[in-house]
Write a protein that binds this ligand. Structure first.
Ligand code: A3P
Length: 289
């Protein structure tokens, strides 16, 4: 199947032009946030879809009807996607749930002074790069993945679409000290204690939940339930855009799958780059369970 990858370079970062045009990216930067908005931000493959599902379930008090009848991209539209941001501007639902992969350098100015609640999701970079590699194989709007060794180098050099993982994570997480409307949560926290994470997120969103409701949210956003839910597993997307004959969006959903892909040398190399690029950062990563 023909690839649809057109690279759009915006503020020095490459984006999939099939989804994001210069115009739609510029519109995202000028977006008027409302204080009631909820923004989910992440580097790709960090648990974005999972967080969209969790927040949807929190606001529907654990009732899965919405998450089973409305696709995630309509429930939590992408800010940088033209049709989504146009929909967002006219949306009357409150709170508006919005998703973005943009860096803090790009989105920070639009959020200045806003009380919109931001949830930043991160994941250990070894699992991110493996998940992104497999995603490139099924997503025709992204460039050819090439070999894993080549892909890993591009990731470490910040050359993949959506830019440098290091800049993304540093940019957003460094704001937690000063922005009390920003919650940083990791994929690994979700994975190791989904129940505790749902409570933490609902408290942050000022939407306290009883124990039964938390249990219902947890039940409906497990990997196996989401894998079977057409509204989040991306099987509704036409095959020319995401080719599910080559693999699943809901692929493995595990911590530590990087071990099946990385050589020992690649693992040490990533760690050395991580150490040098994240010197001023106190984040700790969970690599395995
Ligand atoms: P894998 O490719 O490692 O399986 P994003 O939504 O940011 O694109 O992230 C996609 C990754 O999150 C995929 O990782 C996907 O399987 C995983 N994921 C999505 N929902 C999940 C869930 N409920 N539990 C665990 N992992 C989940």
């Amino acid at each position: 199947m023909a690839r649809l990858d057109v690279t759009e370079t915006f503020h020095g970062i490459s984006f999939p032009g099939h989804l994001h045009t210069q115009d739609s990216l510029q519109k995202a930067l000028e977006f008027q946030f409302e204080d009631t908005d909820i923004l989910i931000v992440s580097y790709p493959k960090s648990g974005t879809t999972w967080m969209q599902e969790i927040v949807t379930l929190i606001f529907s008090k654990g009732d899965p009807n919405l998450s089973q009848t409305v696709p995630n991209w309509a429930r939590a539209p992408w800010l940088e996607q033209y049709y989504s941001s146009a929909t967002l501007e006219t949306s009357s639902s409150s709170p508006r749930l919005i998703t973005s992969h943009l860096t803090h350098r790009l989105l920070g100015p639009a959020l200045q002074g806003s009380k919109a609640k931001i949830i930043y999701v991160s994941r250990n970079p070894k699992d991110v790069v493996v998940s992104f590699y497999h995603f490139h194989k099924i997503a025709n709007f992204l460039p050819e993945a090439g070999s894993f060794a080549e892909f890993l180098n591009s990731f470490l050099e910040g050359k993949l679409h959506f830019g440098s993982w290091f800049d993304h994570v540093k940019g957003w997480t460094s704001q937690t000290a000063t922005m009390n409307n920003l919650l940083h949560i990791t994929y690994e926290e979700l994975s190791l204690d989904l129940h505790g994470a749902v409570k933490r997120i609902s408290t942050f969103l000022q939407c306290p939940l009883g124990e039964d409701v938390v249990n219902s949210c947890v039940k409906h956003c497990t990997f196996s339930n989401m894998k079977d839910n057409k509204m989040v597993n991306y099987t509704l997307i036409p095959e020319e855009i995401v080719d599910h004959s080559k693999g699943s969006f809901m692929r493995k959903g595990k911590i530590g799958d990087w071990k099946n892909m990385f050589t020992e040398e690649q693992s040490q190399y990533l760690e050395s780059v991580l150490k040098s690029k994240m010197q001023d950062c106190t984040l700790e990563f969970v690599w395995d369970v």
